[in-house]
Design a protein around this ligand. Structure first.
Ligand SMILES: Nc1ncnc2c1ncn2[C@@H]1O[C@H](COP(=O)(O)OP(=O)(O)O)[C@@H](O)[C@H]1O
Ligand SMILES: [Mg+2]
Length: 352
């Protein structure tokens, strides 16, 4: 055997660009797919060079898939669906996931952490609102590492690979002042680009970023879209809700043109489906055939309908209570678990 062995300092030098030994130590603790040392010598652990090299190659220039769950209408299951997909990616597919709650209603935040914890953080300024506030006042400080919460979810008392950037009701007020950041001597700061810039030091850690958007296309939502690579539209298959699909697709297309960026529509997921309702079945058939934009005189295509849909189910609604005694996917999602799992596999396929 003539395998080449390397230690931590050699690995630090092998990285492109080279990093410190401390950075390699951080990778070891942060990534559970970091190669296992083949031996521990007196000088420390050693690895097979080839194995480390391929791990490094896979990680360098690594940028995550960023998916916004979006619809301008409220109550369409954005929060419930985005949380379930994030939990399944982290727990069942071992992905490193950052969940960003952009909605000042904070529903996702208090689903993933206990309400009292959130209140404390909100007081201490360890939420997303603080990031935007810090751009508006030089006295306010924001720390991304302090704000991200690791191992969140009611499932298993926390899923190790699932992390949360929590929201705050203060986002409503902050959003109104955001257009002024560009006028406050902070000329280099584009008010749509605040979140993306703040995430730069940590973004490479994640395989997926899942963004739960508020039901509007304000500046906070645009901060999320600014670095989204994909989006999913949760829709209740009734007449009122489906009207909004064209609006959202066309507005995102216009935004993309504006900022010269592409966000791929992954698809429409039907939520709160009552299978015995003739209306729901009929609308889902139309969505499946992709006929929704036909009469719109547009070049835009209707995004495809995901095969898996989410049924109306009281237990799924109850799963949103982070104080309820919920430890398993079965308890949290009940008969919708298989549908959420199936949806997640479809999303994984569509992102390839
Ligand atoms: N499949 C479902 N069955 C029953 N209730 C649901 C289901 N999905 C969501 N809900 C409930 O409907 C409401 C709106 O859902 P939510 O996910 O918060 O939507 P949005 O984020 O689009 O406003 C919440 O009270 C939620 O608990
Ligand atoms: Mg919501």
């Amino acid at each position: 055997m003539d395998q080449k062995l390397v230690g931590i300092s050699e690995i630090a030098a092998m990285a492109k660009p080279p990093v410190t030994k401390q950075a390699v130590a951080n990778w070891r603790s942060r990534y559970d797919d970091f190669p296992k040392p083949v031996q521990t010598l007196q000088s420390g652990p050693v690895w097979e060079a080839e194995v480390v090299e391929s791990w490094l190659a896979a990680k360098t220039g690594h940028s995550p898939v960023v998916i916004s769950f979006i619809n301008q209408k409220g109550g369409t299951g954005k929060t419930t669906t985005s949380i379930a997909v994030a939990e399944i990616l982290a727990k069942e597919f071992q992905k490193h996931v950052l969940f960003i709650d952009l909605d000042p209603q904070t529903n996702a935040t208090v689903n993933l952490i206990k309400e009292e914890e959130w209140r404390k953080r909100d007081q201490d300024g360890r939420t997303l609102a603080q990031l935007f506030k810090a751009k508006l006042s030089t006295e306010t400080k924001f720390d991304i590492e302090e704000t991200i919460i690791r191992g969140v979810s009611t499932i298993d008392d926390g899923i190790p690979r699932l992390e949360l950037l929590p929201s705050s009701m203060q986002l409503i007020e902050v959003q109104e002042r955001l257009p002024y950041v560009a006028l406050q001597g902070n000329y280099e700061t584009n008010p749509q680009d605040i979140l993306r810039r703040a995430l730069q030091p940590v973004i490479e850690r994640y395989d997926f970023v899942i963004i739960d958007c508020p039901p509007s296309l304000g500046l906070v939502t645009k901060n999320g879209l600014r670095f989204s690579t994909h989006y999913v539209i949760p829709v209740i298959p009734d007449i009122l809700s489906t009207w909004g699909i064209f609006q959202i697709v066309s507005r995102i297309a216009a935004f993309c043109d504006d900022i010269n960026w592409q966000i791929k529509p992954l698809g429409i997921v039907a939520t709160k489906v009552q299978a015995n309702m003739e209306l729901h079945s009929r609308i889902m058939r139309q969505l499946e055939e992709g006929r929704f934009f036909n009469e719109k005189h547009t070049d835009l295509k209707q995004p495809p309908l995901f095969k898996h849909y989410i049924k109306q189910n009281v237990h799924t609604a109850r799963g949103a209570d982070s104080n309820a005694p919920i430890r398993t996917f079965q308890q949290k999602y009940n008969l919708n678990y298989d549908n959420f799992y199936g949806l997640t596999t479809e999303i994984l396929d569509a992102c390839k």
